[in-house]
Design a protein around this ligand. Structure first.
Ligand code: FPP
Length: 239
C-alpha cells in the first residue's frame, strides 16, 4: 500500500539512484537464542521477515534486490539447521510460483541441491524473465567462488586477455546493475564473501538489529542514509 510517507521515500529512492539493494540477513540464530527458541525458529522468523522487507523495497521502487540466504560455508552447520533452511527455501519457491511481478534468480552453485529443488528453481528463473522487479537469492553462494567460476567460463570460451567487462558479464548477477547499497544486520561489521566483485563501489549500512526484527522504518532509515552520501566512484566531488 502506498501512503504519504512511502511516496516521500520513493522519491528519495528515485532521486538518489538507489536501484539495487543487497542484504546480509544475519542474526536469525541470536534472535532465536534470546527467546529460548531453537535456531530453526530464528530462520523461520527470518524467512517471514525477508518476504516483508523484499515487498517493502519493491513498494518504494527499488527494482533490484539481492539477499544472502545460504553461503558455501553454511553447509558446515548442523544437518538439522541446514535442512530447516532448505525447507524454508523450498516452501518459498512454491509461493514464488504465484508471484506475478518478480523475476527470480538463485545465484550460486546449484549443483549440490536436491535435483527436484534445483529443477524448480531453474524453472522459476526461466519462466519469470522480463518481469519488472528482480530478486536474487544467493544460495550456496560465495563471492570468491563466483569470480573463479566466471574466469573459468571465460577460459572455456577461449578468452586469453580477460577484462573487467568480461568478468562482469559472467558473474551470477550479470542481469543487474551493481548493488548501490549493501546492508548487514546482526551487529557484525564484515562482508563474509558476499558480492565481492559487484560491491567495489557500493555504499554499506550496518544495523545492530537482528534480521527478524528489521522493519520498513529501518529500510526508510537506510534509504535516507544512502541519499545523504556522496558517491565519488574513486573520483572527486563534482562541486
Ligand atoms: C544468518 O543468521 C542467516 C542465515 C545463515 C540464513 C538466512 C536464511 C533465511 C533468512 C531463511 C532463508 C529463506 C528464504 C526464503 C530466503 P545466523 O544463523 O548466522 O545468525 P547468528 O549469527 O545469530 O547465529
Amino acid at each position: 500500500m502506498m501512503n504519504q510517507s512511502n511516496e516521500t521515500i520513493s522519491a528519495l529512492v528515485e532521486n538518489a539512484g538507489l536501484r539495487h539493494i543487497a542484504f546480509i540477513m544475519d542474526g536469525n540464530g541470536r534472535w532465536a537464542n534470546a527467546r529460548m527458541m531453537p535456531r530453526e525458529a530464528g530462520h523461520k522468523a527470518g524467512a517471514d521477515n525477508f518476504k516483508k522487507i523484499v515487498r517493502y523495497c519493491r513498494n518504494i521502487g527499488i527494482r533490484y534486490c539481492t539477499v544472502y540466504a545460504f553461503s558455501t560455508e553454511n553447509w558446515n552447520r548442523p544437518k538439522r539447521e541446514v535442512d530447516a533452511i532448505m525447507r524454508l527455501l523450498d516452501a518459498f519457491a512454491k509461493e514464488a510460483d504465484e508471484e506475478k511481478e518478480i523475476e527470480f534468480h538463485f545465484i550460486g552453485d546449484k549443483s549440490p541441491l536436491e535435483p527436484s529443488m534445483r529443477e524448480h528453481l531453474e524453472r522459476l528463473e526461466k519462466d519469470t524473465v522480463g518481469r519488472p522487479y528482480v530478486l536474487n537469492i544467493a544460495l550456496n553462494y560465495g563471492g570468491r567462488a563466483e569470480i573463479v567460476h566466471a574466469v573459468n567460463a571465460l577460459l572455456a570460451e577461449g578468452k586469453t586477455d580477460i577484462t573487467e567487462a568480461d568478468i562482469s558479464a559472467r558473474i551470477y548477477t550479470s542481469h543487474c546493475p551493481d548493488p548501490d547499497l549493501v546492508v548487514r544486520t546482526g551487529k557484525e561489521l564484515r562482508i563474509s564473501n558476499f558480492l565481492l566483485w559487484q560491491s567495489a563501489y557500493a555504499e554499506y549500512y550496518f544495523s545492530d538489529k537482528m534480521w527478524p526484527e528489521l522493519t520498513s522504518d529501518d529500510v526508510d532509515d537506510m534509504v535516507k542514509s544512502f541519499a545523504g552520501r556522496k558517491r565519488r566512484w574513486g573520483g572527486l566531488d563534482k562541486a
